[in-house]
Design a protein around this ligand. Structure first.
Ligand SMILES: [Zn+2]
Length: 172
């Protein structure tokens, strides 16, 4: 039973998050033909509500992505990264949406969310999406479509296609 008093990720949920992230990283890396260097230049971290700074709270969204850029003056060398990303997960809402986060519900849900956020990062990294120029709605639609395409081969994960389809409307 879902306990509202205990409504952020616990150890069992972090384990599933780790699993989802591992798969998402693999399939997104393969899809975009990224190498380690590319990710190293676009580092990211994942925070849940207990660690998300107040000003970066995802509010009603299930997750949101914060992008930091380094000032040209701070750049040390050609290989120095210019962007840093933070994926803020709203574990409270994710647990609500997955009725407490049992593995069979939480895994496909997190697979979609993590892949979606990594697609955003990959597109920024490839300059396919510009944070100022790209209109938010179009970028979300495109990111959703790409996410579904990347997840499609994972047919062994039960209800993944339905979960992914459920994200069609709305932004994350
Ligand atoms: Zn998004």
């Amino acid at each position: 039973m879902f306990n509202l008093e205990n409504n952020i990720f616990g150890a069992e949920h972090f384990k599933i998050l780790n699993e989802a992230l591992y798969i998402s990283e693999e399939i997104t890396t393969d899809y975009f033909l990224f190498d380690n260097k590319r990710w190293m230049k676009n580092p990211y971290e994942i925070l849940t509500l207990k660690d998300v700074p107040v000003n970066e709270h995802p509010d009603k969204a299930l997750a949101h992505l914060v992008r930091y850029t380094k000032d040209l003056k701070q750049k040390k060398s050609g290989s120095d990264d210019r962007a840093f990303y933070r994926i803020c997960l709203n574990d409270y809402r994710i647990l609500k949406k997955t009725f407490g986060g049992a593995r069979e519900k939480l895994l496909p849900f997190l697979l979609y969310i993590m892949t979606h956020e990594l697609v955003h990062i990959a597109r920024f990294a490839l300059f396919a999406s510009h944070p100022v120029i790209s209109t938010h709605k179009n970028e979300e639609r495109l990111t959703h479509d790409l996410t579904c395409e990347i997840l499609k081969p994972l047919t062994s994960i039960k209800s993944l296609a339905e979960v992914a389809d459920g994200f069609r409307i709305g932004s994350h």
